[in-house]
Design a protein around this ligand. Structure first.
Ligand code: EPU
Length: 426
């Protein structure tokens, strides 16, 4: 068990390079199970969630090998099992993609119920609706989701909620189905497009990813190839906000700036200068930030996965801001913990009102989930009076590669150490 210790007040300056997207990686890897051959996936972030998915795939018989820290070779021709139990899935949410992939490949899948960060109820009814529409019988028993089909046949599926997971999962099940599948009201996130591009590179026929309607013409088999995952929009946004809270000047590199529009434009409203290049943004922050209002929405709206980080930034902006969480029922659980720094945030259901304060103070904070943990780091970068200590770092390690090293390279005073700090240290 480790913890992160931050002495706030250092201005972040320099360059940070963004890794591949976690939420693309954890879907592309299961998608590789559909390939009757070898795929090589580059630009994978080296994070706990990716390692867990890799291990789950090995448990099913796939042979994997890291060619370098960010490139994994997957031979899925050896996959023999369709049963992914809790033992090797751990608590990751993305385990649900194994259902779509195994169902697509073997017409049967038995996968432990997905875990992941807890934002209240996280149903998978739209995934199941999609599998059933394709002809599968789905039952949930003994903590497992079991799906079986004699054959999968393409059809029209309307999603009642815009769901990233359901959109991708139905794509996975449909690429090897007979005939054509239409997913209406599909999610448009960059990682949905990335998974479609990966599948197409392997021989699938997926059109329309990135729009509301995805059309998948089933093919008989997918064969191998090389693919590089997109950069992580959420990691990029996290560093943009980290730079901004310190009044910093940071180049966030190896990104797709178009993916950042909703974030960049909100930051510009706050008085932050954002300079855009081909594959980078430069964040130049003033000393005093302005309040603004944010509503999280499916892409191209403001991403829910940057909501906690934005809340911290707004907590030191001049004036009153509001945040409406438009995706998850319960994604303000971190607020109680954050108020220990002096942040003034009041939550009412899916809305938070943030009264800007001029300083945050150091505190001992327990990360409540992945993005909340990132938000707490951002708070620590600004906090005065000593050391901010963040525990439950395991959540942060699920999604950020060497976050303390990247921040230290920008000038932050941040260290990882074994967890044993008491309140007196602050
Ligand atoms: N929903 C349903 N039924 C379903 C599926 C979803 O009602 O069958 C609802 C959810 O309850 C939620 C909304 O639809 O209110 C959107 O959920 P979605 O399915 O899009 O979320 P997800 O696929 O489970 C992914 C990311 C999350 C991210 C959301 C929204 C992965 C592994 N996870 O989750 O990422 O918050 O999309 O963009 O891709 C994170 O990275 O920190 C993270 C939580």
């Amino acid at each position: 068990m480790s913890e992160l210790c931050i002495r706030g007040g250092k201005r972040l300056i320099g360059d940070v390079t963004i890794n591949g997207a976690k939420n693309a990686a954890v879907a592309i890897l299961p998608a590789a199970l559909l390939v009757d051959g070898i795929s090589e996936i580059e630009n994978l972030p080296y994070i706990d969630d990716v390692i867990k998915v890799k291990e789950a795939m090995e448990g099913l018989g796939a042979v994997t090998e890291f060619i370098d820290a960010h490139t994994l070779k997957v031979d899925a021709s050896t996959v023999y099992d369709y049963n992914a139990t809790q033992d090797y899935i751990g608590n990751i949410r993305a385990s649900y993609y194994l259902i779509g992939a195994l169902l697509g490949r073997f017409k049967k899948a038995e996968v432990a119920m997905p875990g992941g960060c807890n934002f209240g109820v996280r149903p998978i009814d739209q995934h199941i609706k999609g599998f059933e529409a394709l002809g599968a019988k789905v039952v949930i028993e003994h903590g497992m989701i079991k799906a079986y089909a004699d054959r999968l046949v393409g059809t029209k599926i309307y999603l009642d909620v815009v769901s990233v997971g359901a959109t991708i999962n139905i794509m996975l099940a449909a690429v090897l189905a007979e005939g054509t599948t239409l997913i209406e009201n599909a999610a448009k996130e960059p990682h949905v497009v990335d998974v479609a591009n990966f599948l197409n590179m392997m021989g699938a026929e997926v059109k329309g990813a990135g729009t509301d309607v995805i059309r998948i013409k089933g093919v008989e088999r997918l064969s191998g190839g090389k693919y590089s995952a997109i950069p992580d929009q959420i990691e990029a946004g996290t560093y943009m906000m980290a730079a901004a809270i310190t009044g910093g000047d940071v180049y966030v590199r190896n990104i797709i700036p178009e993916h950042m529009y909703s974030v960049s434009l909100k930051m510009i409203e706050m008085g932050i200068e954002i300079e855009e290049g081909d594959d980078y943004v430069r964040v130049i922050a003033p000393e005093i930030l302005k309040a603004t209002n944010v509503k999280t929405l499916p892409h191209p709206g403001f991403p829910t996965d940057l909501q906690p980080q934005m809340a911290v930034l707004l907590s030191v902006a001049k004036g009153t801001s509001t945040i409406i969480e438009g995706v998850w029922d319960n994604r303000f659980q971190y607020v109680d913990e954050l108020t220990r720094t002096g942040a003034n945030i009041k939550v009412d259901g899916r809305m938070a009102v943030v009264e800007g304060v001029s300083t945050l103070s150091c505190a001992k904070l327990a990360a409540t989930d992945l993005r909340a943990g990132a938000a707490m780091i951002i708070a620590g970068l600004r906090a005065e009076g000593g050391e901010t200590v963040i525990t439950n770092v395991k959540y942060i390690d699920r999604g950020y590669e060497t976050i303390e090293k990247k921040l230290a390279a920008l000038g932050a005073d941040i260290q990882r150490r074994p967890s044993k700090v008491t309140e007196e240290d602050c």
